[in-house]
Design a protein around this ligand. Structure first.
Ligand code: ARG
Ligand code: ZN
Ligand code: CA
Length: 261
């Protein structure tokens, strides 16, 4: 029986106006959603198609807002930064630098940094674990897709963009394999996500999908379209697999083990 790992989180809100300056209660709501999703305690997990119910995995990972800052001061685990930048960009990572109108990371060896801001083009992105952890490590979520109350991004109203991005941060690939990072919905039955219990899938699924559908994938295999690492709408994604949980747990024992100290 594995223990539960708790990850300290800091949320950096970088805003220009009241809409973008999301409330503390909405931030706690997002943390609560993560704690349901990563423990398979979300009530909609019950809608997983019957043929996949046995692979639903409790990843054994929980999140809590930091209670000490890097200077060891008491904190609520949230920073607010007023900016002049009209938009932030994946390419430049400008939200991660105070000098560029964003906010510097708290030491990513000790915290999961989550930036919330207005993002150009993307609703979220993440840094997978790599060789050496640097100042850009963490996840970025567009303010319209963060939390639930007041989240207006179409298809992303239930706080699952953060679930998906933190999956990437813990080394999960898109369930369809994304053709070695080539992209986005790439269609091939040759590449995979490196996780054994998720079925091979030839491309991403999108939009809302009725839970009763049998979406066919490679070689007539049913697709696990309800997975958090697919591209479906938040209301359709309801589970990690056991294998994905093991992979994320492994990331916390090796590539990201320093965050547990
Ligand atoms: N496009 C983003 C990514 O690949 C996030 C997709 C999240 N999907 C969702 N329904 N919230 O990392
Ligand atoms: Zn993704
Ligand atoms: Ca697989």
């Amino acid at each position: 029986n594995r223990n539960v790992i708790t990850i300290p989180v800091v949320v950096h809100v970088v805003y220009k106006n009241d809409d973008e300056k999301i409330s503390l209660s909405r931030i706690q709501e997002q943390i609560d959603i993560l704690n349901e999703d990563f423990r398979a305690r979300n009530s909609d997990a019950q809608f997983t198609p019957d043929n996949f119910k046995n692979i639903i995995g409790d990843a054994g990972i929980e999140f809590r807002l930091a209670i000490r800052s890097p200077n060891n001061e008491v904190t609520n685990g949230v920073t607010y930064t007023l900016t002049n930048e009209p938009k932030f960009f994946l390419k430049s990572n400008n939200v991660k630098y105070s000098a560029d109108g964003g906010r510097d990371a708290w030491d990513p060896q000790n915290y999961l940094n989550i930036w919330v801001c207005d993002l150009d083009q993307y609703i979220g992105y993440a840094t997978p674990p790599g060789l050496g952890i640097n100042k850009t490590d963490g996840v970025v979520i567009r303010y319209t897709a963060f939390g639930k109350t007041g989240a207006t991004q179409k298809g992303c109203e239930l706080g699952r963009t953060a679930t998906h991005e933190i999956g990437h941060w813990l080394d999960l690939a898109h369930i369809w394999g994304d053709c070695n990072g080539q992209d986005e919905c790439c269609s091939s039955c040759l590449d995979d996500d490196g996780v054994d219990d998720t079925p091979i899938q030839n491309r991403c699924n999108q939009g809302p999908i009725d839970f009763n559908s049998n979406v066919q994938s490679c070689n007539g295999v049913s697709s696990l379209f309800v997975n958090y690492m697919d591209y479906v709408d938040d209301r359709t994604m309801v589970m990690f697999s056991k294998g994905q949980g093991v992979r994320m747990w492994g990331t916390l024992q090796f590539a990201r083990k320093q965050i547990l100290n």
